[in-house]
Design a protein around this ligand. Sequence first.
Ligand code: ZN
Length: 159
Amino acid sequence: MAQQKAYPHPASAARSANMKSNRRVDTKPELALRRALHALGYRYRKDYRLDLADGVRVRPDIVFTARKVAVFVDGCFWHCCPEHGSQPASNTWYWEPKLRRNVERDRAADAALGGAGWTVVRFWEHESIDAAVAGVVQVLAGRRAPARRAAADQAAKPI
Ligand SMILES: [Zn+2]
């Protein structure tokens, strides 16, 4: 698992700063959610592109292929969270349409996934990992896959 590689003792301040930034990347909420699910024994795909009807392509953060469950962890800013998604006050000509397009793309992805028989689960990045894990586990429990395909979820690449 790439995220678990051991780091050597830092040889310089620059190296140390680089390692710190790596660690910051590793604390992204979708990674934390993946790790928690993996620790519970769930297997899933990441960076798994789904080609859907009408040319809609989506790359959910976590994909359970056998159960057809797609999980997204949406950034509060980029996906316009109602609590933290305030629009920038400057350069509104740039940000307003850009952020609106993100939300439109999210809804189009939801519709295309739903139309193809997928269950979509979305969390905001501000939500607790525990709540997100519980939500995913609950959805998976309600999506019983055929035995042979459920085995595929077990065989999928970890984190
Ligand atoms: Zn938020």
